[in-house]
Design a protein around this ligand. Structure first.
Ligand code: NDP
Length: 378
């Protein structure tokens, strides 16, 4: 690993923040699982700004985004966010070696001078933004705003299953779906793909907020989603699933974790002319910027969003929106309280030791998630 191994001497006797290199899993190019490489030569991400918080990672979890990013998904837009000058050409900064992993549960080891909310020794959790180095390493450094105190009632492995899906669900349901704790009790919400990471979290959040929740999932996930509080469940593999959904009372909000053909069906299930909202997490934005370049890709995505939004408001009086993950430590503080109150349970389907990160990716890549896949780092 020319370039860094010379300056990266591991000194186990020094404090973590003085240690100069750390173990972790990196990729040096995009591709299939073979590009994941274990190394002990990653420079430690030390505190460089007054708002930085350096965390020793105890557990991480994987999301479909990790599989996609391993293959280069989002590279164009994420590179711009990491190195704004890269818009001028490929000479301006490289994303490699890239550390994947979007969730962390761990302990603060160092803080910048302006950090007030957390301190060294605190147990914290966070969702690592995709443009930052990830959590499949011994340490990760984030800004204070992204970090929150971990719920006390669950282990690090359990806690690591929640932040990224929680920040995504909250951003989608609150910012795009217009829901909140105090306005959900008379709302009917449909969650498609309810058995995965975002779905299992969203069911519990919406039930804690008092909403009526209908879920689509495979038949063998019905017990799981009902156990998390789903009021009604439709097996999407059943031949008459569309008819079953169409016969139900119409919905105020749809959170679509599936996209594709589900989109059209779901749009037709919303209450017309009453402010109902369709929010999909499956958007073409990053695919477009990857395949068409920044400007064309963003224009194409923007015009597709605008035309669908216009079409749906004119024809059915429903709002069509895209939902995105957004970093938000204070929102995780609220989730932490719900976890400690027993209202949100971590749904961990599989756990892997740090030596088996490629196996964890393989598991996720097989699909059919039932909650989350966690990696124990420490
Ligand atoms: P998961 O892989 O954890 O879950 C997907 C779930 O959907 C699985 O349980 C799967 O089980 C189920 N499923 C598949 N097909 C259907 C179908 N037709 N109807 C109902 N259920 C189905 O994904 P996540 O929950 O983490 O994420 C959901 C989606 O949101 C992904 O596409 C992800 O990339 C995207 N996402 C987007 C974000 C953004 O910022 N825009 C952020 C986070 C996620 P089975 O196949 O057995 O039925």
């Amino acid at each position: 690993r020319a370039g860094w191994s010379l300056s990266c001497r591991r000194n186990v006797s020094s404090s973590p923040s003085r240690q100069s290199c750390m173990p972790g899993w990196v990729i040096d190019q995009y591709g299939t699982n073979g590009v994941l490489t274990y190394t002990e030569d990653i420079p430690v991400p030390t505190v460089n700004s007054p708002s930085d918080v350096m965390i020793k990672v105890y557990a991480a979890s994987l999301n479909p985004l990790d599989i996609a990013m391993r293959g280069g998904y989002g590279a164009t837009l994420l590179k711009l966010k990491r190195h704004p000058m890269s818009v001028l050409g490929s000479d301006y900064g490289s994303e490699f070696p890239l550390i994947l992993g979007r969730d962390v549960s761990g302990v603060v080891v160092d803080c910048g001078s302006e950090v007030t909310h957390v301190a060294p020794g605190d147990e914290v959790w966070a969702a690592v933004p995709p443009w930052k180095q990830g959590s499949l390493a011994e340490f990760v450094t984030l800004t204070e705003y992204e970090v929150s105190h971990k719920p006390k009632s669950v282990s690090h492995a359990e806690a690591a299953s929640i932040p990224y899906v929680a920040n995504t669900a909250l951003s989608a349901l609150v910012n795009a779906g217009g829901l909140c704790r105090d306005s959900s009790s008379n709302k009917r919400v449909l969650i498609t793909g309810g058995s995965g990471g975002v779905g299992t979290f969203s069911i519990q959040l919406l039930k804690a907020w008092g909403a009526h929740v209908t879920v689509t999932c495979s038949q063998n996930a019905e017990g799981l989603v009902r156990g998390l509080g789903a009021d009604e469940v439709v097996d999407y593999t059943a031949g008459d699933a569309p008819e079953q959904l169409q016969m139900m009372e119409k919905f105020d909000v749809v959170l679509d974790n599936v996209g594709g053909e589900t989109e059209q069906l779901a749009l037709g299930l919303l209450k017309p002319w009453s402010g109902a909202k369709y929010v999909t997490l499956v958007t073409p934005l990053l695919l477009n910027t990857d395949s068409m370049g920044l400007l064309d890709g963003m224009c194409q995505a923007g015009s597709s969003l605008q035309s669908k939004a216009m079409q749906n408001i004119i024809s059915g009086g429903v709002f069509y929106r895209w939902g995105f993950y957004a970093p938000d430590g204070p929102a995780l503080d609220d989730v932490s309280r719900l976890v400690d109150a027993g209202k949100i349970l971590p749904v961990v389907e599989a756990q892997f030791p740090f030596t088996q990160v490629p196996q964890a990716f393989q598991k996720l890549e097989q699909g059919h998630a039932r909650g989350k896949t966690v990696v124990r780092v420490t």
